[in-house]
Design a protein around this ligand. Structure first.
Ligand SMILES: C[S@@+](CC[C@H](N)C(=O)[O-])C[C@H]1O[C@@H](n2cnc3c(N)ncnc32)[C@H](O)[C@@H]1O
Length: 328
């Protein structure tokens, strides 16, 4: 069964923009190496990204969230003046799952997938070819925000889980504003509610109840440290509509989209989760809590009956928030 068959996406309107400062639940890919650019460090922690290495994980994550992204993209299409979009920029496009979706939702548009990681752009091109969309989906290797003014004009700019990887987010938004045509829409996927996958109590022998909540809190610390080490990092109040306005745009609505895959989750969700939890282990998120470490080791063990691949109670529940703004 495809995860899409089992995924219920629900628009929650209007959204409370619950930006909890990271919104990267265990389902998100972070802390990887930025193969194309700088590594940066924080104490003993290295925020040395290698997105290329993470391409399979990014691809699976986006595929699982496909119904949610489709709903968001269709909402954005409705915000555009007729005749709709002729050119769409997908900023920090990753493996291109969303780029080809945008080509589908904006059938008259050329979509440009913009990313700094060549391997991910190669995946995007291959995906577009496979879906016979190669003529309308192109790729652009660009290190942002420096290259923003080389990207040409657009009617829609989609920045999905990418803005927070840029040190000066407001400056980046100002760059996107310059690229938008009048009437064009910027859609920012930032915030929401972190993904949850497990019941509060994992059972006897699996440590204290509340494991995912503790990981989420530690991940928030990690995320803050990661952001503070980005080149040119500027701390902002993450009031996205206010930042969009400050960047010269007119906010045109915020909505959250729910991904609800009930237990027992299909294998593809579990496999992605094993990767995510393995990354939590790599980030030492259970450090100092022996029972959490033990539970984590058991969860990622493919043979353990209490592990993520075997236990019947694994689900995926997550909300992603999309902030939009128009260029007047
Ligand atoms: C978390 S992934 C999001 C991928 C995709 N938008 C999605 O939602 O599936 C972040 C992406 O931003 C790209 N990225 C990070 N920093 C960048 C930069 N400075 N310039 C261009 N792309 C960057 C990474 O290569 C990666 O593909």
């Amino acid at each position: 069964m495809s995860p899409h068959d089992d995924a219920h996406t629900t628009a929650v309107t209007p959204a409370a923009a619950t930006d909890n400062g990271h919104t990267h639940g265990t389902g998100h890919a972070h802390g990887h190496t930025h193969g194309h650019s700088q590594g940066h460090t924080h104490g003993n922690e290295t925020f040395d990204f290698d997105w290329g290495v993470l391409s399979t994980q990014l691809e699976q994550e986006a595929e699982i969230r496909h119904p949610l992204y489709r709903q968001a993209a269709e909402w954005i299409a409705g915000l555009l003046p007729a005749p709709g979009a002729r050119r769409v920029l997908d900023i920090g496009s990753g493996p291109g799952v969303v780029s080809v979706l945008l080509a589908d939702v904006f059938p008259a548009a050329e979509v440009v997938a913009v990313d700094a990681t060549p391997e991910l752009l190669e995946r995007t091109a291959a995906r577009a070819e496979l879906l016979d969309l190669g003529g309308r989906v192109s790729t652009r290797l660009a290190e942002l925000p420096d290259a923003v003014d080389t990207l040409g004009e657009a009617d829609v700019i989609w920045a999905g889980n990418s803005l927070h990887h840029l040190g000066d987010q407001l400056a980046a938004l100002e760059g996107f504003t310059r690229r938008l045509r009048p009437g064009g829409v910027l859609a920012l996927l930032e915030g929401g509610l972190s993904a949850r996958h497990l019941p509060r109590d994992l059972g006897v022998g699996m440590g204290r109840p509340g494991l995912e909540a503790r990981f989420e809190a530690r991940l928030a610390e990690w995320f803050g440290a990661m952001r503070s080490e980005l080149p040119g990092a500027v701390r902002e109040t993450e009031d996205w509509p206010a930042l969009l306005r400050a960047a010269g745009l007119e906010p045109s609505g915020t909505r959250s989209f729910l991904l609800d895959i009930p237990a027992p989750a299909p294998l593809v969700v579990r496999e992605q989760l094993v990767r995510s939890f393995t990354r939590l282990r790599d980030k030492n998120l259970a450090e100092g809590a022996a029972d959490d470490q033990e539970a984590l080791d058991r969860l990622v063990d493919p043979e353990d009956p209490q592990g993520l691949l075997k236990r019947p109670d694994v689900f995926l529940l997550e909300a992603r928030t999309v902030h939009t703004a128009r260029k007047i």
